[in-house]
Design a protein around this ligand. Sequence first.
Ligand code: IMP
Ligand code: MG
Length: 182
Amino acid sequence: MEIKSLEEYNNKIKKIIITAEEIHKEIDRAADYINSLYDGTPILLVSILKGAFLFMADVCRRVAVPCEIGFMCAKSYYNSTVSTGEVKLTMDIEQDISRYHVVIIEDIVDTGRTLSEVVKLLKKRMPVSLTVVTLLDKPSRRAVDFEPDMSLFTIPDEFVVGYGLDCGEFFRNLPYIAVYGE
Ligand code: IMP
Ligand code: MG
């Protein structure tokens, strides 16, 4: 994406639908969920880059059980707002997860293809347990049968940016979630 001016950039941010304060309040709820689920047992938090990088950073700071972190990179959107339907792993975690309680930290479940593929792949490696926590959920867009164990916000079928989510690699640094539009 080419952005020629700050004005052009700001004009693409149509409407803030979730404020930074709302995000942080819900992140406390996600951390409470993880803390109560594992109750002191060590876990491995696995975040899917790049979209979940801020969510991971904020969740892991509130997690009160011993935890390791790992990163995977899965690509499904190629510089546009339309999914290609294809999921490609471009980076994998280095841990052998067969002795771990794994918690996937993801930004959004849209068609569900990315998480359903990632979960399938990780289950083959026989983790002790596998839990999926996602910041956003767009259930109206689901193309495959997939439900996260916890989702913090359900949003309508609109393309959103901010707090890790991008359009053409921009807008990830916005502290809130906003609807994107040309
Ligand atoms: P899915 O495989 O269709 O569920 O899509 C998952 C990935 O698509 C997410 O991890 C995001 O990176 C990206 N994605 C889906 N919806 C949006 C959106 O509204 N804004 C930005 N990225 C999105
Ligand atoms: Mg993502």
